[in-house]
Design a protein around this ligand. Structure first.
Ligand code: ACO
Length: 428
């Protein structure tokens, strides 16, 4: 028998269907409620609102569980590769070895971008933030592939758009970095794997290929896996809502990149390093900064702490913390801000303010330390996040489309002036 929830408003009772997920999560389906009652629900920040039924990623914030298509993040981070995880997210199953081989080969043959992209890149000043450059170059793909604008194109045409985006994103990201440095652009090298090719475009020189330390490529691959999807977060919801208007894949992903940019979302990894550097420059007194974070009159927040859904620990942060220790040791990097980070974490975990509010280090607390050790500059950190999140955004966009979801259009409770007459300017 189907379950229902009962809501009573001013003595009038309404039965609403309950929707149950495969992990027994329950939701009240209010989609027809306004028609029955004239009442809407309100939930700023969508803190308790499900926007879709999705089969991609499961997370339980209380238990610290994160699974892509049912596979625990811990197993994927240890045993899989970023391209395999991308395939899993986008197509729903782990690939066979021949499927993975042809997926990887398709991606490597689409890494080159149209030469005219260089002209667009030239138009940016070197002071341009690489996230702005990245989102612009992704939108610009609609100009080079105008067929991508057709909302009724075939699954094969959609798929080639997906492959192109996965293939070209490292090129855009690395070129945004080279532009900022004023260095010559390095073209993709299709003999290299996904991460090595990206690192070569970032750090290689025209005459010298960058020889990446295996510890570096494997740490980068793991970081990308850990960022690959995170269900209906701010940027993913943005991708789905923009895509729900039948805007193209490129336009939808570009919007997601912009949503990720903010310091309360993907921009937090940059903000963490800036915060740790400030603390170091200020003498390294972590207690002083802890006090600032707790002071309600001070806007300062401990960046990299707290999460909308994880209220016990962020499973990605556990994996990353260990990876940060390993990478720094393997590369022989001594980073004083790592000690500050560890000190802050230790203090926060035993501080009543943080304990009461269930504030724990999130994925971004340690990712920036690894990126620094890999030689990636601070304002490229969010670009790295976007590179990792791309397959998740694509999978969510594809699912939204295949489900035939309606255009996203929330309602509101209006609190402005009621009806009034126009006042002529001479009388104001
Ligand atoms: N430092 C100090 N206090 C904090 C912090 C923090 N980092 N995060 C939350 N709090 C406090 C709030 O002041 C609030 O206190 P109050 O109840 O006394 O008013 C309480 O904890 C709840 O915070 P909210 O902002 O209501 O929680 P919300 O779920 O809306 O926000 C968020 C989550 C945005 C991640 C928040 O914890 C934050 O700003 N953290 C720092 C930025 C950050 O690291 N972002 C990365 C998120 S992970 C990601 O996007 C990949």
């Amino acid at each position: 028998m189907s379950k229902t929830a009962n809501i009573s408003i001013n003595g009038q009772s309404y039965d609403l269907p309950l929707v149950e997920g495969s992990e027994q999560e329950q939701a009240i389906d209010i989609s027809k409620f306004r028609g029955q009652s004239g009442v809407i629900t309100i939930d700023p920040g969508f803190k308790n609102t499900g926007s879709t039924q999705s089969a991609i990623t499961f997370l339980d914030g209380e238990k610290g569980i994160l699974r892509y298509r049912g596979y625990p993040i811990e197993q994927l981070a240890e045993k899989s590769s970023f391209l395999e995880v991308s395939y899993l997210l986008i197509y729903g199953e782990l690939p066979s070895s021949s499927e993975l081989e042809s997926f990887a080969s398709e991606i490597t043959t689409h890494t080159m971008v149209n030469e005219d992209i260089r002209k667009i890149l030239d138009g940016f000043p070197s002071s341009a933030h690489p996230m702005g450059v990245l989102s612009s170059l992704v939108t610009a793909q609609t100009a080079f592939y105008p067929a991508s604008l057709d909302p009724n194109r075939s699954p094969d045409e959609i798929n080639i758009g997906i492959i192109r985006l996965l293939a070209k994103m490292p090129t855009f990201a690395a070129w945004a970095f080279k532009k900022q440095k004023g260095h010559p652009l390095i073209y993709p090298n299709n003999q290299l794997d996904y991460c090595s090719n990206f690192l070569n475009m970032m750090f290689g020189l025209p005459a010298t290929q960058y020889e990446a330390d295996p510890a570096v490529t494997s740490a980068l691959d793991q970081l990308l896996i850990l960022h690959a999807d995170h269900e209906q977060n701010c940027s993913t919801s943005t991708v789905r809502i923009v895509g729900s208007s039948q805007a193209s894949l490129y336009a939808s992903i570009s919007a997601g990149i912009n949503a990720l940019w903010g310091p309360l979302h993907g921009g937090a990894n940059q903000a963490v390093i800036e915060m740790l550097e400030n603390i170091k420059a200020d003498g390294g007194d972590t207690k002083k900064w802890m006090a600032k974070a707790k002071d309600k009159d001070d806007p300062f927040r401990l960046m990299g702490f707290g999460h909308r859904v994880y209220k016990n620990f962020d499973p990605r942060a556990r994996i990353i913390k260990k990876a940060a220790d390993d990478v720094l040791e393997k590369l022989g990097v001594v980073d004083p801000i790592l000690d500050i980070a560890k000190g802050l974490e230790e203090e926060a975990l035993s501080d009543q303010y943080f304990v009461d509010r269930k504030l724990y280090p999130n994925v971004d607390f340690y990712s920036g330390i690894i990126y620094r050790a890999l030689g990636i500059p601070t304002d490229m950190f969010t670009v790295m996040f976007a590179l990792g999140r791309l397959p998740g955004w694509i999978a969510q966009w594809k699912e939204m489309r295949e489900n035939g979801e309606p255009i996203g259009r929330p309602r509101q409770v209006y609190v402005g002036e009621t009806d009034r007459n126009y006042i002529d300017i001479s009388s104001r």
